[in-house]
Ligand binder design. Structure first.
Ligand code: PAF
Length: 280
């Protein structure tokens, strides 16, 4: 496995290797890797692609400075895990490699509705920051596929839209959420939970299951409200419990029993904000 810190170096290396190995499968991460990330690497590997993984904690996608400062870092372990999972190349740039001209972007990405709801509403500027780093990474790595976890469902739709906006030829591959035994979605932020919070965190998955099992055609408000109350009673500070159209993310008040839906939850356990979702 090769490690690179400089954009120019990895670009040259990839260009040379592409001739022998064909397509590039790219897994963007912010480190603190877990089985969810590694499953993306394995999927790219199984597709026979040259697998590139980036590790870069992108300062401008954190709308909360505290969250940025406390973002876990486990670099040495990450590198070992990537090697074992079959990653070919790791890109670990410092900030000036990604933002040689500073953080200011010459334009705002016109993400439209996608940026006004759910994570877009509760984390202003977050998706602009995600787009900025992903555009830069796509330019450097030029992959055929970008592998993303369904856990960040809205981010997957945003990146798909970004790819359309910038005319990249990369295709998104959305991979299933990997869960702990009790259903908690794997996330780097789980490392910040203490023992009591960790056992409580599985309630988010239980809430998704509660909605999935209880959903009927007709109005959805009562079901969403009961789910929100369940989380609040368990000690969560809930940002949202929502049910949306799985293709457009438009929030749904009613269901016709046919439209594909996604249930989405975001809630704080003390300082740690957790998100999860489930497709119906
Ligand atoms: O999902 C993440 O870890 C980040 O948002 C990403 C896609 C690596 C961009 O910084």
């Amino acid at each position: 496995m090769k490690l690179f810190k400089k954009a120019a170096d990895i670009r040259d290396f990839i260009a040379a290797r592409k001739k022998e190995r064909g397509k590039i499968g790219f897994v963007p991460t912010m480190g603190a890797l877990h089985e969810g990330h590694l499953s993306l690497v394995r999927q790219a590997r199984e597709a026979g692609e040259l697998v590139v993984c980036s590790i870069f904690v992108n300062p401008i996608q954190f709308n909360d400075q505290d969250d940025f400062e406390k973002y876990p870092s486990t670099l040495e372990q990450d590198i070992n895990q990537l090697e074992q999972a079959g990653c070919d190349i790791v890109f670990m740039p410092a900030i000036p490699e990604i933002y040689p001209n500073g953080y200011r972007h010459p334009h705002v990405y016109p993400l439209g509705y996608l940026e006004t709801v759910l994570e877009g509403k509760y984390r202003p500027g977050h998706f602009q920051g995600v787009c900025m780093v992903v555009e830069r990474l796509l330019t450097v790595i030029d992959p055929a596929h970008i592998y993303l976890g369904q856990k960040d469902f809205q981010q997957c739709l945003v990146i798909r839209e970004l790819i359309r906006l910038i005319g990249s030829k990369a295709e998104t591959v959305i991979c299933p959420t990997i869960r702990e035994k009790d259903g908690l979605a794997m996330s780097s932020r789980n490392l910040r939970l203490n023992i009591a919070e960790r056992s409580m965190a599985a309630r988010i998955y239980e809430t998704l299951e509660f909605i999935r099992a209880g959903i009927r055609t007709g109005y959805l408000q009562d079901l969403k409200e009961r789910a929100r109350q369940y989380l609040t009673a368990a000690g969560f500070r809930v940002d949202y419990v929502e049910i949306a159209d799985a293709d457009t993310l438009e929030l749904q008040e009613e269901w016709d029993g046919r439209k594909p839906l996604v249930i989405l939850v975001a809630a704080f356990l003390h300082e740690v904000r957790l998100i999860d979702n489930m497709l119906i």
